[in-house]
Design a protein around this ligand. Structure first.
Ligand code: GRF
Length: 214
C-alpha cells in the first residue's frame, strides 16, 4: 500500500529531489503527495512541478502569529492525507501544537551528528571544535528543537584541508543518501516511533540511530 508523504521546504530542495528520485525506485511505497513551501521563490517548488507533484505556497509573513501560521499549515498538509510529513530544509520553528499533531509521523534532517550542534552553522562549529568526524542525522521531530529520537546518521571523517564549503558539500551528499533511506523504511512500515525511541523492524535503534560510515 502506498505511503502518502508531504514534504515541507523553504529553499533549494536538493533533499526533496533525492526523495522524488527514490520514490520512483522499484517497490518503494513512498508517494510524494504534495510539496509545501513558506517561500514562493523556493527552487524546490520547481523540482516538484517538474515531477508532476502538487505544490502549495503558504507565506508565513501573511500570518499574525506562529500559532496562526501553523494552524493553516496543518490544514494545507492534512488536505493531502499524509501518512508521513518530511521537513526538508523547512526553515521555520514549529509550535508544540504542530509537532504533537504529527507525533510519530514527522521527520527532519539536520546537518550535524546530533546531539552535537543543534541549530545553525553546524559545519563551522564542527571545524572550530576540531572534530575528527562530522555528518548528518535524520530524526523524528519532538518539541525539543533538533532533539527527537535519531533514526540514521551518516558519519564522515573531517580532512585536514576541509573548509566550511567542502564539508557542507560532502555532508549534503550524505543527506541525499540517508533521507530517502529513512523515508523508505517508514513507508515500508519498518520504522516507527515507540515509547522509548525509534524502532526499526520491531527493535529499538541505538541512541545514535542506525550508523552509516563513509
Ligand atoms: C540541509 O542541509 C538540511 O540538513 C537542512 O537544510 C538543508 C536543506 O537543503 N535542514 P536542501 O534545500 O534540501 O538542498
Amino acid at each position: 500500500m502506498a505511503c502518502n508523504v508531504v514534504v515541507l521546504i523553504s529553499g533549494s530542495g536538493s533533499n526533496l529531489q533525492a526523495l522524488i528520485d527514490s520514490a520512483a525506485d522499484d517497490g518503494n511505497p513512498a508517494r510524494i503527495a504534495a510539496v509545501i513551501s513558506n517561500r514562493a521563490d523556493a527552487y524546490g517548488l520547481q523540482r516538484a512541478q517538474n515531477a508532476g507533484i502538487a505544490t502549495v505556497v503558504l507565506d508565513h509573513k501573511q500570518f499574525d502569529s506562529r500559532e496562526a501560521f501553523d494552524a493553516a499549515l496543518i490544514q494545507a498538509i492534512d488536505a493531502h492525507r499524509p501518512d508521513l510529513v518530511v521537513l526538508a530544509g523547512f526553515m521555520r520553528i514549529l509550535t508544540g501544537d504542530f509537532v504533537r499533531h504529527y507525533q510519530g509521523r514527522l521527520l527532519n534532517i539536520h546537518p550535524s551528528l546530533l546531539p552535537r550542534y543543534k541549530g545553525l552553522h553546524t559545519h563551522q562549529r564542527a571545524l572550530e571544535a576540531g572534530d575528527a568526524e562530522h555528518g548528518c542525522s535524520v530524526h523524528f521531530v519532538t518539541e525539543e528543537l533538533d532533539g527527537g529520537p535519531l533514526v540514521v546518521q551518516a558519519v564522515l571523517p573531517v580532512a585536514a584541508g576541509d573548509t566550511i564549503e567542502t564539508l557542507a558539500q560532502r555532508v549534503h551528499a550524505e543527506e541525499h543518501r540517508i533521507y530517502p533511506l529513512a523515508v523508505r523504511w517508514f513507508a515500508e512500515g519498518r520504522l516507527r516511533l515507540g515509547a522509548q525511541g525509534a524502532m526499526l523492524d520491531g527493535q529499538p535503534l541505538p541512541a545514535s540511530g542506525h550508523l552509516i560510515r563513509t
